[in-house]
Design a protein around this ligand. Structure first.
Ligand SMILES: NC(=O)c1ccc[n+]([C@@H]2O[C@H](COP(=O)([O-])OP(=O)(O)OC[C@H]3O[C@@H](n4cnc5c(N)ncnc54)[C@H](OP(=O)(O)O)[C@@H]3O)[C@@H](O)[C@H]2O)c1
Length: 277
């Protein structure tokens, strides 16, 4: 990060579940030293303390005033209250990164002081904590090239980033990557069920299904090939995989999965309208 007159590199407003995951990863990856981070107090901190060295502010304004970069990670319905407490100390040289679902960059800027407030919106997912996350990014109206670059570096500490060019596409990011881990777990569960139906013990079925999926995922990320090409490579004509694929096709699973992702997308749009309303 560039030299800055601010005492802290990062102030965190809303020290809950996702903030804990992000802060821990930023420190573990070496992106930030703990004493460069200041967080707001929260009930969550008693049960899930921040890593040693992270500073706990007396209040929201104190966490923002001395921080060049501020992460907004309260629940969307609590943002209006949080904004009232920090608006008086927002300054022109600060960048706000919001991980809040459904709150538009225009609304965030507006409640923090006006359209000149620099905001980048991000939607990370939980594997961020293992360095295997994927984060969607959208650049608000006043955010600069340097701001989006900084947001990329920040979220690359926990995986990879995909920038979208229109804000409504953050709903698609949520539907594919935010909810994505649940689709994966569901598929593993169903594979386990099949294994158990074929006679395996549940524990063995879980190890086999989970490792088959995780190993395939690792190959997909390394290979210079599409998922369809990799699938074709394991599907010998007339073989076992072909028998399974025929069944998936007969049951129209492809269409159902597509519709499931679109249902998550529409729900994300609805929740965004309620939050911005
Ligand atoms: N969890 C995820 O996987 C995930 C992933 C991506 C994005 N997000 C987004 O991240 C945001 C937070 O989610 P979460 O799961 O971390 O929620 P959470 O665990 O409920 O954390 C929210 C935190 O905000 C604090 N808070 C509430 N009102 C506040 C205020 N006025 N000032 C300062 N702090 C305040 C709460 O403190 P108290 O407990 O003391 O009230 C709590 O620590 C949401 O907008 C969510 O959409 C979450």
């Amino acid at each position: 990060m560039s030299a800055s007159p601010h005492k802290y590199a990062l102030g965190v407003i809303g020290t809950g579940h996702i903030a804990g995951v992000i802060v821990r990863r930023l420190i573990e990856s070496g992106y930030l030293q703990p004493d460069r981070i200041i967080v707001t107090p929260s009930k969550n901190l008693a049960a899930h303390p921040m890593p040693r060295g992270v500073v706990v502010a007396a209040n929201n304004a104190a966490a923002v005033k001395d921080s060049r970069l501020v992460m907004l990670s309260v629940t969307p319905q609590r943002f209006a209250d949080a904004a009232v407490s920090i608006r008086p100390v927002v300054s022109a040289d600060q960048l706000f990164i919001s991980v809040m679902a459904g709150q538009s960059t225009a609304r965030i800027a507006s409640v923090l002081g006006g359209p000149q407030v620099r905001v980048v919106r991000a939607m990370p997912n939980l594997p961020f904590g293992l360095g295997r996350g994927v984060t969607g990014l959208f650049r608000g109206e006043a955010a600069t090239d340097d701001d989006i670059e900084e947001a990329r570096h920040f979220f690359n500490a926990g995986g990879v980033c995909v920038e979208v060019e229109r804000e409504d596409l953050m709903n698609a990011v949520t539907a594919v990557a935010g909810s994505g881990p649940a689709y994966f777990y569901y598929f593993v569960e169903m594979m386990m069920k099949g294994g158990v139906a074929a006679g395996l013990k549940p524990e063995a079925a879980q190890v086999l299904a989970a490792h088959a999926c995780v190993g395939a995922g690792a190959m997909l990320l390394q290979a210079d090939a599409s998922p369809a090409e990799l699938r074709a490579a394991v599907t010998s004509p007339g073989g076992t995989t072909q028998a399974a694929m025929n069944k998936l096709t007969d049951c129209n699973v492809a269409e159902h999965v597509t519709q499931a992702v679109l249902a998550a997308y529409r729900r994300s749009q609805e929740l965004g309208k309620l939050a911005d309303g």
